[in-house]
Ligand binder design. Structure first.
Ligand code: ADE
Length: 229
């Protein structure tokens, strides 16, 4: 999220919705008569989807791969590399399904696909819960195609993302102290997160996020208002 511009639209999701997308991906895999032996879930966003797809498809072989986006001199920011290799022999001779949460540039799935192909599987397919039309990689199985680019706040990193977003708006706004209503207003203005949308997807969680921001030393609170620490 750190490379994004100041203003960008966010969509808050919940477990039920995302679980439905996992089911949709699994349905597509079944309809294509692809019967994977193992799922490779891309860390960390693909873990929930990978585990649910194992359940829907009746697999107990689940492994993980972490693609890291280095921002350094040697590699371009968009060139992900493998951080944690898979255990020896985890895909050789097997039908493999690689699963991730979202294809945005598509780089992670693209590189994971190359990495798995180099390890002599018998077949490899790729799946994503959500596909943005910015993706240059075309996964085989897609839960949902999104026409408009948005930052998707997934339930498994709701707190992490909301802390980043709230910290970002506090840094940007001219105010020093923020009441709950100010925070909600800035989230709506800069990220199109409307109060109603947030309360439907993740009810009553703003105070939890603010308390966690305080515990982590990001903000301080006094008299029902928060300011950056
Ligand atoms: N990771 C990469 N792109 C993303 C997006 N648009 N939303 C959520 N997570 C992402």
């Amino acid at each position: 999220m750190s490379d994004l511009p100041d203003d960008f639209t966010c969509t808050i999701t919940n477990w039920e919705y995302i679980y439905g997308l996992c089911r949709d991906v699994a349905d597509e895999v079944r309809s294509a008569e692809f019967d994977p032996d193992v799922i490779v879930a891309l860390a960390r966003g693909g873990w929930f989807a990978g585990r649910c797809c194992c359940d829907f498809l009746g697999l107990d072989d689940l492994t993980s791969l972490k693609m890291e986006h280095y921002v350094g001199t040697a590699a371009k920011a968009s060139d992900p590399e493998v951080r944690y290799p898979m255990p020896e022999g985890s895909v050789e001779g097997k039908d493999v399904l690689i699963v991730d949460d979202i294809a945005d540039t598509g780089e992670s799935l693209h590189h994971a696909h190359e990495y798995v192909v180099e390890r002599d599987p018998s077949a490899v397919r790729t799946a994503t819960l959500q596909l943005l039309d910015t993706s240059e990689f075309d996964p085989d199985f897609v839960g949902e195609r999104l026409e408009e680019w948005a930052w998707i706040v997934y339930p498994w990193n709701f707190i992490e993302d909301m802390i980043d977003l709230i910290q970002g708006v506090m840094e940007r706004a001219d105010d020093k102290r923020f009441e709950r209503a100010d925070i909600r207003r800035y989230l709506a203005t800069y990220h199109d997160i409307q109060r109603i949308e947030m309360e439907i997807a993740q009810p009553d969680r703003l105070d939890e996020v603010l308390a966690e921001m305080e515990r982590r030393g990001v903000v301080e609170s006094a008299d029902g208002a928060w300011q950056l620490a």
